[in-house]
Every structure is written in structure tokens, then in C-alpha cells.
Design a protein around this ligand. Structure first.
Ligand code: ATP
Length: 358
């Protein structure tokens, strides 16, 4: 029995998370995978219920579960400077040490995309690097010594570099191409990126069956646009990964098609790349793809870490059902060129699992 929490988030989170959970429930039922689902109020709902976006006891309870599904957070509209309106997402990342962000990108033949035949998996380290501001234990990674100048710091440790490299090689070893590309700029950032590159090389030596290469980040950004098919699994640091994964989302059709999972060595959080999209919230037109496929990634992660083969089968059913719904094309949301609602697309994926899985 797995225990998974449901954290809806704000705005379109309240529309796409229920579709994700619906599809995950259907896939789990099809393979007899028992899941105890635990809805927990956070973000605006948490504030309404308990006066805090992360109500007391939330972190302690989540620590006892196998993982959770987190919807996007409308943090930009939260009151500033009020400690009861924390953005839950960076807090979860820091508190639980969710250092590995898995982000796959694939193109579909009948959806508009810059290139065809894209099948990429990014492994982005998310607790250090240049984006330390939201991740520090205390303090802020950017400061202004005078009103005309600003200084930012970058943190790189051997431990996190090794862990993210290991996650990348383990993932690549399960993919058909078995290839890892480490993206950095050790030519300029000789200590931080140098240390990251060294750790990647050490881990590569332990995986002789996985091809390994290193590419400097600016060259990689260009090649990713020109010929993304030459890459398979990409491992990189926090800020480079942040930028390059949005570039990859653009290559396959936009943010609605960008799922993700954030994981430590023991816990994982399904989280789509997109934000809470207040501009389209409440209209039932948000694309549930990214959130549903984030749930699929959570199943995949659980299959590996909890040695749960049923979770791997459930993930496979979701992937196949989503591909079938996209290929069929009748139940797609407006951003994908269709006219279906969020719920209709979620229903179609759940139905396709029912058809394939039983
Ligand atoms: P954040 O800073 O919280 O990550 P953001 O500024 O990156 O948010 P989003 O909320 O992701 O912005 O929205 C960016 C644009 O993409 C908006 O126009 C939004 O409507 C659109 N968008 C985001 N997610 C989806 C989705 N699931 N389906 C359709 N459109 C979406």
C-alpha cells in the first residue's frame, strides 16, 4: 500500500490536479496497486482553513508518506512580507532536500512542435547553484553592497553534484539510447562547474554501458534548438536547467506539455513546470497533460525506489493512454488546438486506461 498526498495548489491547480489524481487512480486500479490518497489543504485553501499556506503539521505528515502530487501555486498574488503566506513549493524543496528535478520532453506527430522525434529527459539539480536565494537554510543569495551594485553567490557541493549525476545515469541506463550529456561551463566557472563536471565524470566511470559527453552550456543551448534529437538524458545545474528546460518545453509545444517530478533519495513530489495561470483559471480550459504526466513520473519514481513493479505498469498505462488520446485528437484542450475542457481531456485519458488496462 502506497500513501500519497493530494496538494491542489491554486488557480488552475484546482482544475488539473483532480484530473491527475483521477487518471492515477484509474491506472492504479487497473494493475491492483493499492493507494491511500490523503487530500491536504495548502496554499490559499490552507490559509483559509488554518491561517497558513503550509498549515502546522503539514511537513511532519508529508514526511511519513511515499510522495505527493503538488499543483501550481499562485504565489505571485500572495501578500508580501507576511510569514503566513509562504510559497509552499521552495519550502518543500528545501525541507525535504528534493534535489533532483526530472523533466521529460517528447514531441507528438500530430501536435505542432518545432522539431519531430524529440525524446529528452533533463535532470536538474534544484537545491543549490546560482538559484540559491529560494533554497538557503537562512538568508538570501543576492545582496546589494551599494545602491549601484549587486552581488550574487553560487553554491556547488560535491555531494549534490554526485547525487544528481547518479540520478541521471540510473535514469539513462533504463532508457533505450543510454546516453548522458553533462551541461556546464567549467571553462569559466572553474571551481563550481569544475567540481560538478568532475563528479559527473566519476559517476560516468561507474556506468561503462552508458555513453557520456560534456557540452558547454551556451553551445548546448544552440544545439538544443538546432538538433535536439542528438541528446537523450541531460544532467545540469539549477539555473542552467531552469532556462534550458523552458527552451525544451518550447520545442515540443509549450508549458502545458512540460511535466516534472522533484525527488530526494526517499521522497518524491509530482509537479508540473507551469505556474498557476490565473489568466485562464476557472474557465476549464487548462491543459491537464503536464500534471497528469507528472503523476505518471511519480509512479515511475516509486517503481524504482520502492521496488513496486505495479507502479511501473501503472506509469506505462498512463503513457499509452495519453499517447492514444493525443493521436486520436478529439479531446484536446484549446492550447493543443482542440476545444475540449480540462475535465473532458482527463476523462478521455482515464477511459483509455480503462480500455487498455483491463
Ligand atoms: P510561475 O512564475 O508561477 O511559474 P509563470 O509566470 O511561469 O508562473 P504560468 O502560470 O505558467 O506563468 O503561465 C504562463 C502562460 O502559460 C499563461 O499565459 C498561461 O495561461 C499559460 N499556461 C500555463 N499553464 C497552462 C496549462 N496547463 N494549460 C494551458 N495554458 C497554460
Amino acid at each position: 500500500m502506497l500513501t500519497l498526498a493530494i496538494l491542489e495548489g491554486d488557480d488552475i491547480g484546482r482544475e488539473v490536479v483532480p484530473e491527475c489524481v483521477k487518471v492515477m487512480r484509474e491506472a492504479a486500479a487497473a494493475v491492483d496497486l493499492a493507494i491511500d490518497w490523503k487530500p491536504m489543504p495548502i496554499s490559499r485553501a490552507g490559509h483559509a482553513a488554518a491561517g497558513h499556506t503550509v498549515p502546522p503539521g503539514t511537513l511532519e505528515t508529508l514526511a511519513t508518506y511515499d510522495g505527493w502530487v503538488l499543483g501550481p501555486i499562485g504565489h505571485r498574488e500572495y501578500p508580501k512580507g507576511d510569514p503566513t503566506w509562504l510559497n509552499p513549493h521552495p519550502l518543500f524543496r528545501t525541507h525535504f532536500g528534493l534535489f533532483a528535478n526530472y523533466k521529460p520532453f517528447r514531441s507528438y506527430p500530430n501536435l505542432p512542435s518545432v522539431h519531430k522525434d524529440i525524446d529528452l529527459l533533463f535532470l536538474r539539480e534544484t537545491t543549490e547553484g546560482f538559484k540559491v536565494d529560494g533554497n538557503l537554510f537562512m538568508g538570501y543569495g543576492e545582496f546589494m553592497p551599494t545602491e549601484d551594485s549587486a552581488i550574487g553567490i553560487c553554491v556547488t557541493t560535491k555531494l549534490k553534484s554526485r547525487l544528481i549525476a547518479e540520478a541521471a545515469f540510473e535514469a539513462a541506463a533504463r532508457r533505450p539510447r543510454r546516453k548522458v550529456t553533462a551541461v556546464h561551463k567549467n571553462t569559466v566557472y572553474r571551481y563550481g562547474d569544475g567540481l560538478f563536471a568532475d563528479e559527473c565524470r566519476k559517476v560516468a566511470a561507474r556506468f561503462p554501458d552508458v555513453e557520456f559527453e560534456e557540452v558547454i552550456v551556451d553551445t548546448f543551448a544552440m544545439r538544443l534548438v538546432m538538433k535536439p534529437q542528438q541528446y537523450d538524458t541531460i544532467v545540469t545545474t539549477n539555473l542552467y536547467g531552469d532556462i534550458l528546460t523552458d527552451e525544451a518545453a518550447g520545442l515540443v509545444g509549450g508549458l502545458g506539455l512540460a511535466p516534472g517530478v522533484n525527488a530526494s533519495e526517499t521522497l518524491a513530489m509530482a509537479q508540473a513546470t507551469h505556474g498557476s495561470a490565473p489568466d485562464i483559471a476557472g474557465r476549464g480550459i487548462a491543459n491537464p497533460y503536464a500534471m497528469i504526466m507528472s503523476g505518471k513520473l511519480l509512479f515511475e519514481w516509486l517503481a524504482g525506489k520502492r521496488s513496486e513493479p505495479k507502479a511501473a505498469r501503472a506509469a506505462g498505462l498512463i503513457e499509452a493512454a495519453m499517447s492514444a488520446v493525443i493521436a486520436e485528437g478529439a479531446q484536446l484542450t484549446p492550447d493543443l488546438g482542440g476545444s475540449a475542457s480540462t475535465q473532458a481531456m482527463g476523462d478521455a485519458v482515464a477511459r483509455a486506461i480503462g480500455t487498455a488496462g483491463r
